[in-house]
Design a protein around this ligand. Structure first.
Ligand code: FES
Ligand SMILES: [Fe+2]
Length: 354
């Protein structure tokens, strides 16, 4: 069943944006594991614990914070940031086994990353960067949409942008996107897939014409960098035909936009779709900001609706159907291969204590 992708456990995943994690417990389910996220009262660092009280399994995310403790909203069991239960009602002695799992968690580039899997293998240096999300000189609009689809369908969707022409026509899609062939580079060891498309003479879609003011034909470049399993970067460059942007984006006639997605599996058939659009041009123009926010949200919802429908459609198929892949699918197929390997590697250390 190609639409059911197993989870790669020993990996970092984006659980939330920095601004979502605070002094209100936040519940999120990653790779089938319910988590509660909050911020430590003393140093402000994020905490991620298993979201089930050891007593009767009430979600801790329904509880409250009391200093550095999270207090279960049902009968008051209280836990410290390591997940150790430090208080139970009605008796002095706290049972020794009273603890919930805590997960390695790290904030970087305005994202809160959580490691699901064997904590001994969690290496913060392997978290891919998205510096533009939190760098001076950049303005970002962002959001998150839950999708009722297997995360593999979102990976497929993002690695093949030729769908822009059909699913997002009038927003980001023009005929040239689907017409222009891609080049794909795969670094299997690094778990990295790059897909590039260079359009030398293209119509300017409304997403860019209304935000940049460009009205004529443009050169349009899309460079995708997918860091499996979670982080997807789309480096987008547009410029009027004849005014080629420098590789570093310094050409004043060129517009560089960074489009970021975090693809975080929630449960089988559910994925969190974190999306962000960052720009280093027209940074003081609130109208551009609002336009990009609503416009990109519309585009994301077009994908969400399509993927929800696709998931339902695949779910009602008889088994044994065949896909037919073509050139545009090269990046997506490479991503599937890498994900399959990461899933396999994540299954190896069977030291799960929970
Ligand atoms: S379920 Fe949490 S204290 Fe009873
Ligand atoms: Fe899309």
């Amino acid at each position: 069943m190609p639409h059911v992708t197993a989870f790669a456990r020993n990996q970092w995943y984006v659980a939330a944006y920095r601004h979502e994690v605070g002094r209100e417990p936040l519940g999120r389910t990653l790779l089938g594991e319910p988590l509660v996220l909050y911020r430590d009262a003393e140093d402000g660092s994020p905490v991620a614990l298993h979201d089930r009280c050891v007593h009767r399994r009430y979600p801790l995310s329904q509880g409250v914070l009391d200093g550095n403790r999270i207090v279960c909203g049902y009968h008051g069991f209280a836990y410290d940031r390591t997940g150790t239960c430090v208080y139970v009602p009605g008796q002095k002695r706290v049972p020794r086994t009273a603890r919930v799992a805590s997960y390695p968690v790290l904030e970087q580039d305005s994202l809160v990353w959580v490691w699901i899997g064997d904590p001994a293998l969690a290496d913060p240096r392997t978290i891919p960067r998205a510096r533009h999300l939190d760098a001076p000189g950049w303005v970002t609009v962002r959001g998150m949409e839950p999708v009722d689809a297997d995360y593999g369908l979102l990976v497929d969707n993002l690695l093949d942008l030729s769908h822009e022409t059909y699913l997002h026509g009038g927003y980001i899609g023009t005929p040239e996107v689907a017409e222009t062939p891609i080049t794909t580079e795969v670094d299997e060891d690094a778990g990295l897939v790059r897909v590039s498309r260079h359009m030398d003479d293209a119509e300017c879609p409304s997403f860019y014409s209304r935000s940049t003011g460009l009205t004529g034909r443009i050169t349009r470049r899309q460079h995708i960098e997918y860091h499996a399993p979670c982080l997807y970067l789309l480096h987008s460059r547009i410029a009027p035909v004849g005014a080629e942007p420098e590789p570093d984006g310094s050409d004043p006639h060129g517009f560089r936009t960074e489009i970021t997605y975090a693809i975080t599996p929630s449960t089988d058939g559910a994925v969190y779709d974190f999306w962000a659009v960052s720009r280093n041009w027209a940074t003081n123009d609130p109208e551009v900001t609002e336009f990009l926010r609503t416009s990109n949200h519309t585009v994301v919802m077009q994908d969400v609706d399509a993927l929800n429908l696709l998931q339902r459609t695949l779910g009602s198929e008889r088994t044994g159907y065949q896909e037919l892949s073509i050139g545009i699918d090269t990046g997506g197929l490479a991503a599937r291969r890498i994900l399959a390997r990461l899933v396999e590697e994540g299954d190896k250390p069977a030291e799960q204590v929970r």
